[in-house]
Design a protein around this ligand. Structure first.
Ligand SMILES: [Zn+2]
Length: 430
């Protein structure tokens, strides 16, 4: 009677995996990471956001999330997909720059500069693909270049004059991403929206225009959830909605603006390369032998300006210890931007400030088959999101600065089975 159990065992094997390795392959959960740029942590507190509220009831909400420093778009987005502080992933600015050639490229051009992004760290798309998954990026910063020669399965890059606030296009983009999951069978997609950042910059965060844009974001969250339902993805897709940083009002008419051209002992003749006029962040490479002279001229030049030699920059920011950072760097207090040779910054809202400032804090929301419902968690740093995403996808993470244990309490202790139940008894393999 030996043959019977063998037959049963064989039948079980065939039914569960048909020879595939004992992973959750074939029914592993998919993951969609959505970023709404510049969504400050409390933007939902002074305007009705029924869809975000419903998502919090059905999933997990962090009170707020602390972004990495500097609180800039590309650096903070790359932290989300690498789990590394900015000094450790090397995308230290929105702008590509080279202190030798003096080349500086704006944000949109930098999105396509492969060597700016591919500088040693491997983001989650590539890690997932190396482990057999398919990934896509829709406008997400860093998703349009190759890493160590590996390109994403699918990616879209916005045009140079892209209109970031067209709600009709937002819905079309969501429709495309749904097709990527259903027809292209992608496992991971990162989807980026340039709002409410643009509106926050243009009008300021404490304005009616910003509130209306938050309502547009909220309608989009509703459309996204309807789309997930309509495409029968609710039980297979985990959804994370996050952002890169907050926004604060700029003191444009203050009597004490930070203006390099008014500092008495400072001259640009001592400077080899400068990166100024970019919100509250600045970098300087003094000419040979001029470092101490320039530092002495700047260190007490303005009470709202904090200038450091690279090696003395506060380690708690995890920012300066990277070869791309110049010998002098600085940041200004909330509300103050750093003006260089002439004043050219006219935004009413800005970010880039100290990530401890509450106005720089941002959002984290999640829901789906792996997440608990109606759970609000304490604030955490954005470096931890990467480990969570790797866990959700069942892939082995690259070395990083986050810890899975920080966000694991958001999840059901056992992976939720799919309706088919085909492999509920299998070990997760992750
Ligand atoms: Zn941003």
């Amino acid at each position: 009677h030996l043959a019977v159990p063998l037959t049963v065992a064989l039948a079980t094997l065939l039914a569960t995996g048909t020879g595939a390795p004992v992973h959750r392959q074939g029914n592993r959960h998919k993951l969609l990471l959505v970023s709404f740029d510049g969504f400050r942590w409390n933007y939902d507190q002074d305007v009705d956001t029924p869809h975000l509220d419903a998502m919090a009831r059905d999933g997990v909400k962090a009170r707020y999330m602390t972004p990495a420093f500097v609180t800039m778009t590309s650096p903070c987005h790359f932290t989300l997909v690498t789990g590394k502080y900015i000094e450790n992933h090397g995308v230290v600015h929105n702008m590509f720059y080279n202190t030798t050639t003096k080349v500086k490229l704006p944000y949109h051009a930098t999105l396509g500069i492969e060597r700016w992004w591919d500088n040693g760290s491997v983001p989650i798309w590539v890690t997932a693909q190396r482990q057999g998954l398919k990934t896509g990026s829709f406008f997400y910063p860093g998703g349009n270049v190759t890493y160590q020669g590996v390109a994403l399965t699918l990616s879209r890059k916005e045009g140079i004059l892209h209109n970031y606030k067209n709600e009709t296009e937002w819905r079309a983009n969501i429709d495309t991403v749904m097709l990527w999951f259903t027809e292209e069978d992608l496992d991971l997609v990162t989807l980026y929206f340039g709002e409410p950042d643009s509106t926050g910059h243009k009008y300021g965060p404490e304005t009616q225009e910003r509130k209306e844009m938050v309502q547009q974001v909220d309608r989009t969250v509703g459309y996204l959830r309807d789309s997930i339902e309509r495409n029968h993805l609710s039980s297979v897709l985990n959804l994370i909605i996050a952002s890169d940083h907050g926004m604060t009002t700029v003191y444009r008419n203050a009597s004490d603006l930070v203006e390099f051209h008014k500092f008495p002992n400072f001259t640009f003749r001592d400077i080899e390369f400068e990166l100024l006029d970019y919100g509250p962040n600045g970098m300087l490479l003094p000419k040979a032998g001029m470092l101490d002279k320039v530092y002495d001229a700047l260190k007490d030049a303005h009470p709202k300006l904090h200038v450091y030699k690279k090696e003395s920059f506060p380690a708690s920011f995890h920012y300066a210890n990277n070869p791309r950072i110049t010998p002098l760097l600085m940041y200004s207090d909330p509300g103050y931007v750093i003006n260089g040779r002439i004043n050219v910054q006219f935004n009413k809202g800005e970010h880039g400030f100290d990530n401890r400032d509450m106005n720089m804090k941002t959002i984290f929301r999640a829901m789906g088959p792996s997440f608990k419902s109606g759970l609000e968690v304490e604030p955490f740093e954005s470096v931890h999101v990467y480990e969570l995403m790797c866990h959700l996808l069942g892939i082995k993470p690259e070395p990083n600065d986050g810890h899975l244990s920080t966000l694991l309490p958001m999840l059901h202790s056992e992976p939720n089975p799919l309706p088919s139940g085909a492999s509920t008894h299998l070990p997760s393999g992750a």
